[in-house]
Design a protein around this ligand. Structure first.
Ligand code: ZN
Length: 296
């Protein structure tokens, strides 16, 4: 759309590097928030948007909509089934709830840290080192081609006991306006790439739609393939690169036991995220928070 193109042009003018599949994928994140988001944030100034438009709130879950059909342009409107998996694909997990997960697995005073848009060979290992120092576990929502390009980083993630989440192939924040077939490829090709990078036995139990574009039929598709739609409750807005202080402040705005915190280990310069995470982990430890995973 025009707005997205304008931002891409601006990003180029600002010298933002969109090299490689990973960053090119995330460069497509600009645009208006999906229609199913409750309260879209104001469109950011083009001068400060190198990456994407994030919605301040998690995708709406309260509306009791059924799994509406894909757009009429869809060639495949039949219910999605596990038989869509390509030969040799890992078997899908058992069917899970299609409701967006906004809660964590364990009760008590714990949070689930989530990192999107990686893996990135520069930033992800720094984040992993911080998590290890604090004995913290996290969930990494990966872009398929990034995982394919950096399998050693993916294996570092799983070897440390963190979890993986499917964050699509191209990070198309408007994917719900496209066909079921397109979405099936975005979802399942990425899962295949992530699972292959992680190696035998790896699980990818969550799906986080780019930009939270969680139309009911997309959630249904993810659930039908054993992946729980994964939301968030505390948005760091780290992708805007507002400075580490602001990132910490944003997280604290909605921090509570059971929070799912959204941060980014890929898609651009994440030095501020690393700085902020270091402070957050110190703070969370001091507050006696434990670290958990989102519920499946
Ligand atoms: Zn993302």
């Amino acid at each position: 759309m025009a707005l997205g193109n304008a931002r891409k042009t601006t990003a180029t003018a600002l010298g933002v590097t969109l090299a490689g599949a990973a960053l090119a994928a995330c460069g497509g994140q600009q645009g208006t928030p999906p229609a199913n988001v409750a309260s879209p944030s104001p469109a950011p100034s083009t001068a400060t948007v190198p990456h994407q438009t994030r919605t301040g709130t998690p995708p709406a879950t309260s509306s009791p909509r059924g799994p509406s059909a894909p757009p009429a342009s869809s060639a495949a409107s039949a219910p999605d089934t596990a038989s869509d998996d390509a030969p040799g694909d890992a078997p899908p997990g058992p069917r899970v709830s299609r409701e967006i997960q906004h809660g964590i697995e364990d009760g008590g005073k714990a949070v689930a840290l989530t990192f999107d848009d990686g893996p990135d060979p520069r930033w992800t290992p720094q984040i992993l080192a911080l998590l290890a120092r604090h004995h913290a576990k996290a969930t990494f929502c990966e872009i398929g081609p990034n995982a394919q390009a950096h399998p050693a980083v993916v294996r570092q993630i799983t070897a440390a006991g963190h979890r993986l989440c499917d964050h699509s192939v191209h990070h198309d924040e408007h994917q719900s306006s496209k066909s079921a077939e397109y979405n099936r490829h975005e979802m399942l090709d990425a899962r295949r790439q992530i699972a292959a990078a992680a190696g035998p036995g790896a699980e990818v139990p969550y799906y986080r739609a780019p930009g939270g574009d969680f139309k009911p039929w997309i959630r249904e598709m993810a659930a039908g393939h054993g992946m729980r739609p994964l939301g968030w409750t505390s948005d760091s807005d780290d992708w805007k690169r507002p400075g580490a202080d602001a990132i910490v402040r944003h997280v604290n705005t909605n921090l509570r036991p059971g929070a799912i915190v959204l941060m980014h280990d890929g898609g651009g310069d994440r030095s501020q995220t690393v700085q902020a995470l270091s402070r957050l982990l110190d703070q969370l430890d001091a507050q006696h928070y434990k670290y958990s995973f989102p519920g499946r």
